[in-house]
Structure formats: C-alpha cells, structure tokens
Design a protein around this ligand. Structure first.
Ligand code: CTP
Length: 401
C-alpha cells in the first residue's frame, strides 16, 4: 500500500525546464491516493499554465501570496498547518537561496517558512550553477536546518551541456517522499540481508542454480532501509536493481556468499537469510567448455557449507531470521530448520504454490517462532510481507532489548 494514500501534499513548482517532469510527478501522487495542492511561482507560469496542474490535481492552483482559500484563512498559514509534506520540484537556485536565507517574498517561499511538515527539495539547474559556491553553501545550510534534498543527477542538460544538474527522476522523488514519511522504527539496527540464488559453475558457460528471483530479499532491504535501518544486501545474480542507500555486495557462488556474509556478520545486529543457497556445487569446475559426446555423463557434486547454520552457532545477541523453501510438510520442515540453525524466526514458504515463492511478486508465508507460534499470512505483495516480517523483528527487539 502506498504511504501517500490520504496524505495532503503540496507540490511547489518553480521556473526551470525540469518543470516538464512535474505533471508526471503530480499524476503519480494522485494515483497513490494523495490529495495534492499545487503552488506555482510566477516564473513557473512562464513554462506551463496553471490549468495543466489544476486539471491533473483536481484542485485550484495557488499562484499568489494573497490568495484566499475557501475557508478564508490566510492561505500560506492554513496550507502550512494542514500539509503532510511539501515537495518542491523543480527547485531552482533562486528558491533554494530564498529558503536557505529566510526570504519569503512569494507564496511558495512564505509557505515553506510557515511549514511544520517535512520539506523535500529536488534541485534542477545548469551544472555550473549547481557547483557554484553560494549554491553549495545554501545546500549545506538547508541540510543542517533539516530540509530533505534529493541531489540532481548527472547527464544531458536542457542548455545542451552535460553535467550534474538534472532533476532526479519522478520515481526517485516518489521513493524519497516515501522514505521521508515512513517512521524510523528500525533506526539503530544494522541488518544483513542475503537474497537471490547462487550459481555454481560447471565450466565457463554453465552453472547449477535455482529459480530464486531475489524479489523477497530486495523487498526486505528496501523496507528495512526506509524504516531507518542500516542495510547490507548480499545478493546472488538477479536482474533486480538494488535499493538506493543500501550497502550492496554482489556474489556468485555459495562460497562467495559465505565469505561476504561472515565478514559483514561481525557488525550486524540482525541477519535475514532469504537467499536460496545451492546446497551442492560441482566438484570440478572445468577450465574449458565441456564438449558433448555420445555417452551420458555423471556430475560429481560436493556439499556447500550451510551458512545460516554456521551463523546460528556464533549468533551472540543477534537476531537471526531464516527462510524455509518447501514443497511438502511445510511447518514440520520449517520448525526443524528453526531448531537446527538456532534461529529466532523462520519464514516458511510453500514454493510449489502458484503466485507464491520464487519469481512471483506476491508471497504467502507462515512466520514461525521459537515458542512454536505460527502466524499465517494471506497472499500479499512481497513489499507487504517484508513490512510484516520487520514488524515481528521490531516486537522481538522490544522484548529482548
Ligand atoms: N541456507 C544457508 N546455506 C545453505 C543452505 C541454506 O544459509 N547452504 C539458508 C537459507 O538462506 C535459508 C535457510 O538456510 O534461510 C533454509 O534454506 P532451505 O534451502 O530452505 O533449506 P536447506 O537448509 O538448504 O535444506 P533443504 O534444501 O534440504 O530443504
């Protein structure tokens, strides 16, 4: 579920060419169920008319400081009181300087001054302007004053040059908004998450692996980071983009995953092992591609170390959460693994079910603890499953201290 649902968001729109991304940002917010109020500066109206934003938001666009809202309160104060968040996209060097220096000479700058909600700035400007010492001084001040700022990206600029100054993409701004609005109940935790399959090479072109997509582990990393945890994501090969702001370590084989996990384990307060580690690897990795012949061949496999079992033996005060991928006797097998690997929780996953387990975007799991309590969750998007697993972690942390 989108965190923006039901929230009152103000989009401040200023006069820069990146304004072309603002209607899309507005549409996405409305799609999430947010109530959006657009405030435009005078210069913004040189690029796009208020009608565009009014049509997309379904609300009157505020363009002037002395503009009365229907309830006839002074609008910048009324809006500043009600808003859950203000996002200024694009943020020009001009508005950046005004906010940093306490200047309120139009509706948007005055609104920001009166705001008690979080304010997110998405700067967009020519790269020399962004690098200008005065702009950088303002950026530093704004961060110190508690403003949230999503740095511009590197790329082609509207002026025909290339450099750092492009406004962040709509998707990134939405993600940042979600992060700003999410409660930081996992702050102080350092969570090590493993995800995806491992690949065990047979020769330079072939390997043994499994169907894990990594989606569950990446969802856990994304949600844990949003909730304030420091996250280390160790991942086998997947086609996914790692969540922003997590320490990402890419591995190939089970032995590589073991090495990275043991190294990062030292500083972790929690470990969540959602990776589908290959239990066996080919005894010999051929240096050259295996050529076919007329006869059948037999592969010799040797056992990989059980990483989670090893962690369980040295867990100390850490909280350990494992996954059990099963196709039969789900609860019994999961409970055996919980005990054998000395875990605090195990997430039992029936991977033979449609829409659940490997590759799918949804998952249906049971969360089993050491006391034998079984929490049976319905079929949910993996992001929501991640939220519920992390809620259990939070409860456990409260009990354990
Ligand atoms: N695991 C691990 N190292 C392995 C195998 C598994 O760390 N070599 C971890 C997985 O990341 C998961 C848990 O142990 O958190 C259970 O993995 P699973 O594949 O369900 O079970 P296995 O212990 O491998 O047993 P089996 O394959 O026989 O079901």
């Amino acid at each position: 579920m989108c965190i923006l649902k039901g929230k009152e968001i103000v989009i401040g729109v200023t006069g820069g060419i990146a304004i072309c991304k603002s209607p899309e940002l507005l549409r996405e917010m409305v799609k999430c169920g947010a109530k959006v109020q657009v405030v435009m500066t005078k210069h913004a109206q040189e690029f796009i008319t208020p009608l565009t934003f009014q049509t997309l938001s379904g609300n009157l666009v505020i363009t002037q400081l002395f503009h009365l809202l229907p309830e006839s309160k002074i609008s910048h104060v009324a809006l500043a009181e009600r808003a859950d968040m203000i996002v200024i996209a694009p943020t020009t060097a001009n508005i950046l300087g005004k906010i940093a220096n306490g200047i309120g000479d139009d509706m948007l700058s005055t609104l920001v001054m009166a705001a008690k909600c979080p304010v997110l700035l998405a700067p967009a400007m020519n790269y020399r302007m962004w690098a200008n010492p005065a702009v950088q001084r303002n950026v530093k001040h704004l961060k110190q004053d508690g403003y949230h700022l999503i740095e511009p990206g590197f790329g082609d600029l509207a002026c025909g040059e290339e450099g750092k100054g492009r406004m962040a993409e709509v998707e990134e701004i939405l993600e940042e908004m979600e992060e700003v609005l999410t409660g930081k109940d996992l702050q102080g935790e350092r969570i090590l998450i493993t995800a995806g399959p491992t690949q065990e090479p047979l020769d330079p072109v072939r390997f043994i692996s499994n169907r894990s997509s990594g989606k569950m582990g990446y969802a856990l990393a994304h949600v844990a980071q949003k909730r304030g945890a420091e996250v280390i994501l160790i991942s086998g090969p997947t086609s996914l983009i790692p969540p922003r702001k997590v320490k990402f370590i890419k591995v190939g084989t089970a032995l590589e995953m073991r090495e990275a996990t043991l190294r990062e384990f030292q500083e972790a307060t929690v470990v969540i092992k959602s990776a589908a580690v290959a239990d066996y690897r080919p005894t010999v990795k051929e240096e050259r591609k295996l050529k076919k012949s007329d006869s059948s061949i037999t592969l010799a496999l040797e056992k990989n170390p059980d990483i989670l079992e090893e962690l369980g033996k040295n867990k100390g005060s850490r909280i350990l959460i494992g996954f059990a991928a099963e196709t039969e006797r789900l609860i019994k097998n999961a409970q055996d693994k919980l005990k054998a690997k000395n875990l605090d929780l195990i997430i039992a996953n029936d991977v033979s079910q449609e829409n659940s387990g490997f590759s799918s975007d949804t998952n249906q799991v049971k969360i089993i603890d050491q006391e034998g309590t079984i929490e049976d969750l319905p079929l949910l998007p993996k992001g929501e499953v991640a939220e519920l697993i992390l809620n259990r972690l939070k409860e456990m942390r409260k009990r354990k201290g």
